[in-house]
Structures are given as C-alpha cells and as structure tokens.
Design a protein around this ligand. Sequence first.
Ligand code: HGY
Ligand code: MN
Ligand code: MN
Length: 414
Amino acid sequence: MVSASASGGARAVARCEVLAVSPFSDSAEGLTRTYLSPAYIAAQKQLATWMTEAGMAVRRDAAANLIGRYEGAQEGAPALVIGSHIDSVCNAGAYDGPLGIMLGIEAVAALSSSGTRMPFAIEVYAFGDEEGSRFPAAMLTSRAVAGTLDPAALEVRDRDGVALGDLLDLAAYPSAARSKGEILAYLEAHIEQGPVLEAERLAVGTVTGIAAQLRFEIGLSGMAGHAGTTAMGLRRDAVAGMAEMVLAAEAVATAGPPDLVATVGVVEVPSGAANVIAGRSRFTLDVRAGEAGVRNRAADEVLRRFRAIAGWRDLGLSVRQVHDLPASPCDTALTELLDAATAEAGHKPFRLVSGAGHDAMILAALCPTAMLFLRCRGGVSHNPAEHVEPADAEVALAVMSGFIRRLGDKLEPA
Ligand code: HGY
Ligand code: MN
Ligand code: MN
C-alpha cells in the first residue's frame, strides 16, 4: 500500500500503481479496466475511501461516475470540478486517467487538512467511460454530465453482447447532467502522452486546446473462398482490401500537416482461418487534427480512397461514423491562471496542444476548461511502460493548488 508519510504527488503516483493490478484490473496480466466491469466497481470502492479520507462527501451519479465533493465556505456553492477517467484501454499504463483523479484528491486533502474553505466547492470526478474500450462510443459518462448525450448513444452492446441497459437504468442516465450554474470550471491534470515536455525538459505544460477527432467503423464484404484453389485474379478478398485501405489512410495522414493523424487500431476477421480467403473484415478508423477543417478534408479523402479500393476489388463497403468530437480550445483566463501558478511554483510556463482526447473536451460544453499536462517518460502511453516521476507529480500538485488559490482570489479578491 501507500506510505502515510508520502507527499501528495508521490502518493498520487503510488495510488495509480495500486489501482494498476488485481482486483482493480479485469485481466490477470497487466491493466485493463473497462466501464462497469468488476474491476471498475472495485476501483470505485477504493477511490471512495480515498475521497472520504480527504474530507469529501462521495456519491455515484446515474451514469456511474464517482464524485467526491468538498464544500466551499458557503454550503451548496458552485463547484470547480477536477477530474479525469478511471476506465482504461486494454493493456494500459497506470496513469492515463487515474493520475488526474488522484491529484484532484490530493489537492482537496491539502485544503481539508489545513481547514481551508474556498469561495467555491470542489468536486473530484472519476469519469467512467473516456476510452470507449467496452462499448463502441466513447466519453459517454462525461457527455451525460455535460448534458450533451444523445440517449440513442446508450443503446449499445459490448463485444459479449451485454447491453448498457442491462447494467444501468438508461431512463435515469441523463439525470447525471449538471446545470451551468452548478459548475464554475473544469480542471484536468493528465499525462501528456507525447514527447514534447520531455524534449523541453519540463515537468508540466499548459494545454491550449484539444484536437478534433472522428471515429468510424468500417465493414468490408467480399467472397469467402478456398485459399488453395482460388486464382489470385478471381478473389474478392476482404483482408487484402482492408490492408490496402489501412495503407491508404496512413498515406493521406502522412502527406498532411504534422498534427494530422489517422489510425486503424482494431482489425477483425470474423471466422477467419489460415486456409480461407476472408469474405468479411471489420476495422476502426480514427482521424484527428488540431483544426476540424483539416480533419474533415483528410477523412473525406480517406473515405474516397476506400470507395475506390472497394470498387476495383468488387468489395461491399459499409461506413458508420461512431463519433465526431470537435476541437476544444481551453479557456483563456483559466489557461493564464495555470501559467501563473506554474511560474509561482518555480517552473517555466509552456503551452501545447493535446492530440489525445480527454473528458475536458466534453465538459467544455458545460463550463470553461483548463488542462495541465505532466511529462511522461518517452511520451509513451496506452502501454504498460507508461511512467511518471513522483517529482513531476509534486510540481503538478503545487501548480493545481496555486491555480485553486488564484481562482479563489479572482472570485473574492482579498
Ligand atoms: O483516444 C484518446 O485520445 C483518449 O486516450 N481516449
Ligand atoms: Mn486519458
Ligand atoms: Mn487514453
């Protein structure tokens, strides 16, 4: 477990490591924690204990987010929300998501232990479905909180056919929404998941905005056949077609600006076999760029090439857009507060764009948002090799505490 004497930043890192193993992982090997799984429930119980110890009242909302609330000087005051996600990708690192929650808990624990009350409440949110690693759509639970969730998005099943409606009351789900008056602002601390801060030799950085992302599910249908008897010229091979499309997507993104990226992360060959020409294949396509126009033009070109490839290979092509997340600029005034708190903590303020998506891009519909990035070794993430230095977490916690104090001064000048 985590030593009681550990400082806040070190404790936050250590607690992420506690949650990276059984019973807080759905897999015996490595960390996989998907929305509403047994590991997710176990992790929420442990988080609830830590939130209570930090002086918060804890509840779960109808979307199964876990929320800790630390009252301000006036009971029921609007809240600064500090949050991130507790779900993970498959075979994840320990810090993508949990670190932002743990640092939020530490920031509240520091206030609580000194008996400090701010002119606002602080709510720490552990969002449940940022990664979309169980159900097809992502960001379901933060969209519920922001009030931007289309109820039709809840009609989903996971790969085992379990419906979200089997696990939660979908009629109640939208009641997780918060009103604009209740929430003052949103702050998320998160590992950069990229190489910039390490290259700049900086512990932390202020995020100016989050890239726009489109996600698609692509299906190909050809003709299953015998691998040994079907001449190459007679094939309608759904795997060969998929392979050509993957390279087409890569070619379009590579030819674009540095912040344009395209990824095929999941490929499936239903009833595939070594001696069968695949009749069907499915894959995902994720396209991102700092600006929606760049992203949209690239996605259009990729899909145009997919149609051409399907045409000359005589393949059926289905395209389903899974989500469209617009680019999300962080709030200017809050960004300046983060920079000022960074400088006050003795570190050079540095600004950067986030290529990764975050719940912050969803909360932007509800309130002004700010993000603080922490350096992670080699920029590696979505990988068990993900690593954060406790000293960098100390810096982040100092910056977050400075941000909270400055926000309080802004609301109630001394
Ligand atoms: O996909 C993302 O950018 C995030 O990790 N969910
Ligand atoms: Mn994340
Ligand atoms: Mn992630």
